[in-house]
Design a binder for this molecule. Structure first.
Ligand code: ATP
Ligand code: FE2
Length: 343
């Protein structure tokens, strides 16, 4: 029996998860929010510092375990915002010393991928779509590899940025989805998309930017803002067109990565994957090419401590552990830089 506690603190979310032999016993989180939306790293770190004991207490209560039963403490080492990562590591070290248990440094992006195993995925390609990150990644030939990614901004930040500009508030994703569902006139689909998906919204042509397995979003953001400013369009139609265009781009890159690697499983990860229209588009694509789609529940898609504990346990069982004196954060750690010693 192994019990691992995992701490997530890369950006907005401070989360603690507790996992016992692959089973999630607790997954508690608290998010830093701002009225204007933009994240101020130092303020988010302050939020994490203020809330950590409360989240820890709740996680222990939820899992119903004595803290001294914990075998090791896993934490998000990177990538992320340095002040936020530092706060998480500080708490991890504090617990490590108090409980006399080792630390396990976990890569946040890889944790998003590995938690997918809980849904039954064995060897998936992952479409990881969160605020800061937009990547198509998979484990292949001894490393986690990035097959495609955004060349500028992450898709969640792109959606949030437009939503804030249009006065919808933060986070923008869920609101944009609701608005998009209200777009009514039956029409076409993104013309240049290789994948023609018909729905009942009023599609307004937007730039479509896919380069191989990479995408670019900043030009589309500018275009959307100009269209919004022109007052010629209904906001729900813009929201609908945003989703249809950008999700078609994501699906296209994910499909290309599946074709390139011959993998037969697509796994979704990251907060934007909570979007049911994106899930639907991925499902259609997978069905058409005989692949299987895996979508973890929303609480495991967004940033959370359980995924850190989950990967932490896999690593721990392969003997990976560190002393608190020998460890530091890695704010810019890339997925393909991760030294995979546990596969
Ligand atoms: P990371 O550190 O991995 O970049 P993050 O801090 O951005 O993560 P997540 O919780 O993974 O956090 O994702 C948050 C993003 O998900 C926000 O940009 C939010 O707008 C977006 N989001 C949440 N729900 C939806 C939805 N239904 N549709 C689209 N986007 C959504
Ligand atoms: Fe994340």
């Amino acid at each position: 029996m192994t019990i691992i506690l995992g701490i997530e603190s890369t950006a907005h979310t401070f989360g603690i998860g507790i996992v016992e032999d692959g089973k999630i016993l607790a997954n508690i989180k608290d998010g830093y929010t701002t009225e204007k939306g933009g994240i101020i790293p130092k303020d988010s770190a302050k939020h994490h510092a203020e809330i950590k004991y409360e989240v820890y207490k709740k996680a222990l209560e939820e899992s119903n375990i004595n803290e001294y039963k914990i075998d090791a403490i896993a934490f998000s080492q990177g990538p992320g915002l340095a002040p936020c990562l530092l706060e998480g590591m500080k708490f991890a070290k504090e617990l490590s010393i108090k409980l006399k248990k080792p630390l396990i440094p976990v890569n946040h992006c890889v944790a998003h991928l590995e938690i997918g195993k809980i849904t039954g995925a064995k060897n998936p390609m992952m479409l990881y779509v969160s605020g800061a990150n937009t990547q198509v990644i998979a484990y292949e030939s001894g490393k986690y590899r990035v097959f495609g990614e955004t060349l500028d901004i992450g898709v969640g930040n792109f959606i949030d940025n437009f939503a804030r500009y249009a006065g919808i508030g933060f986070p923008g994703g869920p609101e944009i989805q609701k608005l998009a569902e209200r777009s009514e006139t039956p029409q076409a689909y993104p013309e240049k998309s290789s994948r023609k998906i018909f729905t009942k919204g009023n599609y307004i042509e937007l730039p479509y930017k896919v380069k191989g397995m990479d995408i670019s979003l900043s030009g589309i953001l500018t275009n959307l803002k100009q269209k919004f400013e022109s007052e010629k369009y209904v906001l729900s139609d813009l929201a609908y067109s945003l989703q249809e265009t950008v999700f078609a781009m994501l699906v296209e890159t994910a499909e290309r990565a599946l074709a390139h690697t011959g993998k037969k499983e697509l796994l979704l990860g990251g907060g934007v994957a909570c979007n049911t229209r994106l899930q639907e588009m991925c499902r259609i694509m997978c069905r058409e090419r005989g692949a299987k789609l895996f979508v973890p529940e929303n609480s495991l898609l967004v940033d959370n401590g359980a995924m850190i504990a989950f990967l932490g346990e896999i690593m721990f069982k392969k003997g990976i552990k560190e002393k608190p004196t020998r460890i530091d954060i890695k704010p810019r750690q890339r997925t393909d830089e991760v030294d995979v010693k546990w596969k």
